[in-house]
Design a protein around this ligand. Structure first.
Ligand SMILES: [Fe+2]
Length: 374
């Protein structure tokens, strides 16, 4: 398969990305152009592992910084509403997210909606998003979602039972800081699941119908970099900082690839399945990936051959072996889906599914769900 074009019609890349061990503890020079009132949105683990104090100590004026702790799990519309209220009360010059994909999505959506006149529910339901003027900075503590590379926030509406994204170019991070010290503190099961999210995103972006030469280069190198370093770190948590930094950078490259090429059927399935089984997104993606590779095999055979070449083994074998080595077991094997019609409809309506190299029918999705839940 040859990519049809060199570049996507529009490039949206964070204007500044800084990499380096310890860099998150020395951000004052990077943040000063935005102003002194910094609101730090973070996950709970940051308060216990010492990183929150280290980051606050590295600001030029700690006393003018605010903090907002995300309760945990993937963000809901209620949590965004709460965070937006906190931001409006604080009036930040800049919002800095330090955390995994959930924290980054929560903070990104909240900063993006700080001056928005309608409810979060209205924008999640499709109302046009106003342009945000609130600078947003992303400092990932996991290597997985690629949220730091995109202007997308994935949010769950618990009232309607729907998980989907809001997106606007003005929500793109103005600054990204990739610090391997933060990733080193990531628990093993989170590292494994989020790493498989990054790997899946690289693979799906590479074979996507929206792929370009630009996204192909990022996706292919991202897949190889994530795979090599994820396996190395999972087996040796004392691996050097370079391995952690490469994993962060590979995940970031996969994020840049997916934001310009979109994804595929794994991510079409992952939102409805993840919501129903309350399973981590990366785990759902990793577990669904082998079935989707089999489904797509003929439609993207040349690209899967290239992927197999850079991974040092057949893409399907490599993926299944990685899941075993990482200890990732299916969260839905042996379980029933109560509302399979709704899951099928959500999967088929997903923009990710529409970018899949082979477009699935309703029957294809039903059969895939049956296989995944067997
Ligand atoms: Fe993902």
């Amino acid at each position: 398969m040859t990519s049809p074009i060199l570049l996507p019609p529009t490039l949206n890349v964070p204007p500044q990305t800084i990499s380096g061990a310890g860099r998150s503890g020395a951000m004052s020079d990077l943040l000063s152009p935005f102003g002194s009132r910094i609101m730090l949105v973070h996950g709970r683990s940051l308060t216990t592992n010492g990183h929150l104090d280290r980051i606050l100590d590295g600001l030029s004026d700690r006393s003018s910084a605010g903090v907002y702790c995300h309760a945990g799990t993937e963000p809901t519309l209620d949590e965004v509403t709460k965070c937006v209220a906190a931001l409006r009360a604080f009036k930040p010059d800049c919002v800095v997210a330090v955390g995994g994909g959930s924290v980054m999505d929560l903070a990104k959506a909240s900063a993006g909606l700080i001056d928005a006149p309608l409810s979060v529910e209205a924008y999640h339901g499709g109302a046009p998003l106003p342009v945000s003027n609130c600078p947003f900075v992303a400092v990932p503590t996991t290597a997985g979602t690629g949220s730091e590379a995109t202007y997308v926030s994935v949010l769950s509406d618990t009232a309607l039972g729907i998980k989907k994204s809001i997106r606007d170019p003005s929500h793109l991070p103005r600054l990204v800081v990739l610090d391997p010290i933060l990733l080193r503190s990531c628990p093993q099961h989170v590292l494994a699941a989020s790493g498989m999210d990054a790997f899946t995103q690289a693979v799906e972006a590479y074979v996507s119908r929206g792929a370009t030469d630009f996204s192909d280069d990022l996706a292919l190198r991202g897949a190889a970099t994530v795979f090599r370093n994820l396996m190395r770190i999972a087996e040796d948590r004392d691996a050097p900082d370079e391995a952690y930094l490469e994993l962060l950078q590979g995940s970031y490259m996969a994020g840049l690839a997916l934001s310009h090429a979109r994804l595929g059927l794994v991510h079409g399935l992952a939102h409805p399945l993840g919501y129903r089984f309350h399973a981590p997104h990366g785990l759902v993606c990793g577990v669904c990936l082998p079935a989707v590779i089999r489904f797509n095999r003929e439609a993207a055979s040349a690209k899967f051959d290239v992927l197999s070449g850079v991974l040092g083994g057949d893409i399907l074998d490599v993926t299944e072996d990685a899941l075993i080595r990482l200890g990732l077991a299916s969260p839905f094997a042996g379980k029933a889906i109560d509302d399979i019609d709704a899951v099928v409809a959500e999967t088929l309506a997903s923009g990710s599914t529409k970018a899949n190299p082979r477009l699935p029918t309703e029957q294809d999705v039903i059969e895939m769900l049956a296989a995944l839940c067997a």
